[in-house]
Design a protein around this ligand. Structure first.
Ligand SMILES: [Zn+2]
Length: 74
């Protein structure tokens, strides 16, 4: 269930989000996860940060693959 006031869950499943363990910029514990901007951060830490900073875009989800609807002219 999501709605107003619910923390937005990040979608960081793409392989580009996984690197060597590096200290999380938020909690300092090692994590292989990287944000879009290449910052080491646990997903839960980033989600908590987002919840505390609504409207900021330090941590964003991967763009959802969109089905092409505009290919009539292909
Ligand atoms: Zn963390």
């Amino acid at each position: 269930m999501t709605g107003p006031g619910q923390p937005m869950l990040l979608d960081w499943r793409a392989s580009l989000h996984f690197r060597r363990d590096t200290p999380c910029v938020l909690c300092g514990n090692p994590t292989p996860l990287r944000s879009h901007a290449g910052k080491a951060a646990h997903k839960v830490c980033a989600e908590a940060w987002n919840a505390k900073h609504p409207g900021e875009t330090r941590f964003v989800s991967d763009a959802q693959p969109r089905r092409k609807r505009d290919d009539d002219h292909a």
